[in-house]
Design a protein around this ligand. Structure first.
Ligand code: SF4
Ligand code: SF4
Length: 304
């Protein structure tokens, strides 16, 4: 077994569902990113305007970088909220994924250091200017769908991605030769028309942006429907997600309080109750004031 195979096997033993490795180099995506920014599709996410060169080339982010080890961790829930309750994207059901994925990547780095003690590296999970989906596709984990998400054949797209960038040369995987083909379901079904063209999302019209990233009031002309934190529509309609299976990560199991959280409770929640319920959850990013705003918009939608 090669060292790369051992690393991938160890990643699976940590609970990751897929692992692949590619060479750290320029992605060649800089022009696409600049064009997307020129259209102002990033909205309030001004951090995307910074570190464009680092985002394109991970060697500028991690000096000495040779390889990118990409991992994916399933978050498809076993038990779901009643669809009549206010909508939370599946990824927000359990403990904040940043901690869970990074903790596992830390263990993966420690394992590599037992093989190559001189290994240095940094690990990321939605936490730095890293083109996560691009590198995951390059490392053969899956392909990027027209909804811009990574689709893993036989598993779907309800996955967190993480990367370990190291100063070791390793054996590299090949991208897989698959695509959406003629399917256009996510573009047709997106409630706000945010997927303007295949692989082109106007984030400012996306419900995830409106309910999580937007700083002030939501835009009146973007109907966020029943969602109060994120949106899963373009994944739920994707035929590749008929392969989704419930995750095996205990940290992602939702509490009974979260599963039954209703509109009335959300409307009357005070800061202490919000902080207690979402203490270890990604939902706390929205803050109570953001959740109150999202609930107001949902009520507007229901009253229409
Ligand atoms: S998350 Fe929802 S709003 Fe955003 S692109 Fe997908 S379907 Fe459209
Ligand atoms: S719904 Fe269809 S077009 Fe959209 S990502 Fe899935 S396979 Fe691709």
């Amino acid at each position: 077994m090669t060292t790369s195979d051992k690393i991938k096997q160890y990643a699976l033993s940590l609970g990751f569902d897929v692992c692949g490795i590619c060479c750290a180099e320029s992605s060649g995506e800089e022009d696409n990113l600049r064009e997307w920014l020129r259209l102002n599709y990033q909205g309030d996410m001004s951090y995307l305007e910074r570190n464009i060169e680092k985002r394109d080339d991970p060697r500028l982010l991690v000096p000495g970088a040779k390889s990118i080890i990409s991992v994916a961790l399933n978050y498809y829930p076993n038990e779901k909220r009643n669809p009549n309750l206010p909508g939370f994207a599946y990824y927000a059901y359990g403990k904040d994924y940043h901690f869970v994925v990074k903790d596992k990547l830390k263990q993966l780095l420690a394992y590599i250091q037992t093989i190559f003690p001189e290994t240095e590296g940094r690990f990321f999970c939605d936490s730095a200017p890293v083109l996560e989906r691009y590198w995951a596709a390059k490392a053969g984990l899956g392909f990027i769908g027209k909804n811009t998400l990574l689709i893993i054949p036989g598993k779907g797209s309800f996955f967190f991605l993480g990367e370990l960038i190291v100063n070791q040369e390793l054996d590299y995987d090949e991208p897989i030769d698959l695509s959406c083909g003629s399917c256009m379901r996510c573009l047709e079904v997106c409630p706000t028309g945010a997927i303007e063209q295949p692989n082109l999302v106007n984030a400012t019209r996306c419900i995830s942006y409106q309910t999580i990233e937007k700083k002030d009031e939501q835009d009146e002309d973007v109907d966020t429907g029943n969602w109060v934190f994120g949106c899963d529509v373009c994944q739920l309609v994707c035929p590749w997600n008929r392969f989704s299976k419930p995750h095996n990560t205990p940290e992602f199991i939702p509490t009974p309080e979260f599963l039954s959280l209703d509109l009335e409770t959300l409307q009357t929640m005070n800061q202490e109750e919000f902080s207690t319920l979402f203490l270890k959850s990604a939902v706390k990013r929205a803050k109570l004031v953001g959740m109150e705003r999202n609930v107001r918009k949902l009520i507007q939608y229901r009253d229409k």
